[in-house]
Design a protein around this ligand. Structure first.
Ligand SMILES: [Fe+2]
Ligand SMILES: [Fe+2]
Length: 312
C-alpha cells in the first residue's frame, strides 16, 4: 500500500517537473521571437500620410450593420463613416482589454521567480500591451473619432474581475479578448480596400498577439489540469459570463448615434442579423474549439457561452 502511494507521489512529482520544464521552454521560444519581431508603432507607421478617400477603416463585411435593412438604406459615405467609428470603438475596447490583461499578468507573476523565462516573458508581453494601447489611442485621435468607453456597469465588472479572478479564469478571459479581434485583424491587414494606417496597426497587432495567444493557451491548458476543482468550475462559469459581456460590449452603440442613425433600431437590427451571428461565431470558433478540448465549455458555463451567441 505504501509503495503504491510513493509511486503515485513520484509520478505526480515527475508530471509537475515536466510541466515546469515545458512552461520554461515555451517562454524561451516566445522571448526569442519577441527579440526578433517587435515593433515601435510610432516609428514603424506613417502617421503623417492623409487618409485615402473611399477607403474603409474596417472591412465592410465585419461591420456590425453589414447586410441589415438599415445597411441597405445607408449611403456609401455613411457606411464609410460607420467603419471609421466602429474602428475607433474597437480600438477603445482593445485598450480596455489590454489594461485588464496587464493587471492579470502582473497578478499572475507576482509571487513567481523573476529570473524564470515564464515571468520574463510575461513582463515582455506587458511591454507589448503598453505599446498597443498607445498605438490604439493614437489611432483614435488621429481618425478624429471619439474615445468609446465600455458602459459603467462593464467597467465595474471588469474592475472586480481583474481583482479577484483565478489564474485559469484570467487566461480564458485573455484569450476571449484576443482571439476574436485577432481573427478580424487577420482579415483586415491584407485587405487593399482598407486605409493603409489601419492595415499597419492591425499587422503589428497580429504579429505580436500571436505570441500572447500561444502563452495564454499553453498556460491555460496546464492550469485546467492542475488547478483545484472549484477553480476550474469557477472558470467555466465566469468565462461564460465574460463571453456574454464581451458579445454585448463588442460594439459601442454610441457609434450609431454619432453617425446619425437611430441607436435602438440599429442595435435591434444587429441583434437580428444572421450575418453578424455567423461572423461572431466564426471569429470565436478557433477559441471555442480549443476551450471545448481542454474542458472549459461544460455544464452551466456551456449554456452561458451559448447564450452569448459566440458558441453555435
Ligand atoms: Fe495587444
Ligand atoms: Fe495581447
Amino acid at each position: 500500500m505504501t509503495t503504491v502511494t510513493e509511486a503515485d507521489a513520484l509520478d505526480g512529482l515527475r508530471d509537475a517537473l515536466g510541466r515546469l520544464k515545458d512552461r520554461e521552454q515555451v517562454a524561451e521560444r516566445l522571448l526569442a521571437s519577441s527579440a526578433k519581431h517587435s515593433f515601435d508603432p510610432d516609428k514603424e507607421l506613417d502617421w503623417d500620410a492623409p487618409f485615402e478617400d473611399g477607403k474603409w477603416f474596417w472591412p465592410p463585411e465585419l461591420l456590425s450593420l453589414y447586410d441589415t435593412p438599415m445597411w441597405q438604406r445607408m449611403s456609401e459615405e455613411q457606411r464609410l463613416l460607420l467603419s471609421r467609428h466602429e474602428a475607433a470603438a474597437l480600438a477603445s475596447l482593445g485598450i480596455w482589454f489590454e489594461l485588464i490583461l496587464m493587471q492579470l499578468l502582473v497578478r499572475h507573476v507576482y509571487d513567481k521567480s523573476a529570473t524564470s523565462a515564464h515571468v520574463r516573458y510575461a513582463l515582455t508581453e506587458i511591454e507589448d500591451e503598453c505599446r498597443h494601447s498607445k498605438m490604439f489611442a493614437r489611432l483614435i485621435s488621429h481618425g478624429d473619432t471619439p474615445w468609446y468607453p465600455v458602459s459603467r456597469t462593464h467597467q465595474h465588472l471588469g474592475r472586480l474581475f481583474k481583482t479577484i479572478s483565478t489564474t485559469p479564469g484570467s487566461f480564458t478571459a485573455t484569450l476571449l479578448g484576443e482571439e476574436v479581434l485577432d481573427w478580424m485583424q487577420r482579415l483586415t491587414f491584407p485587405d487593399e480596400r482598407v486605409q493603409p494606417l489601419i492595415r499597419g496597426v492591425t499587422r503589428i497587432h497580429v504579429v505580436e498577439e500571436a505570441r500572447h495567444v500561444r502563452y495564454a493557451r499553453e498556460e491555460l491548458r496546464r492550469q485546467m489540469v492542475t488547478a483545484p476543482k472549484w477553480s476550474r468550475e469557477f472558470t467555466r462559469i465566469t468565462s461564460g459570463e465574460f463571453a456574454r459581456i464581451f458579445s454585448v460590449a463588442f460594439v459601442n452603440p454610441e457609434v450609431y448615434t454619432n453617425i446619425g442613425l437611430d441607436k435602438r433600431e440599429a442595435m435591434a437590427q444587429v441583434k437580428a442579423s444572421a450575418h453578424r451571428r455567423e461572423i461572431m461565431q466564426t471569429g470565436a470558433k478557433k477559441l471555442t474549439d480549443f476551450l471545448d478540448d481542454i474542458g472549459v465549455l461544460r455544464g452551466v458555463g456551456r449554456h452561458l457561452w451559448k447564450s452569448s451567441g459566440l458558441l453555435a
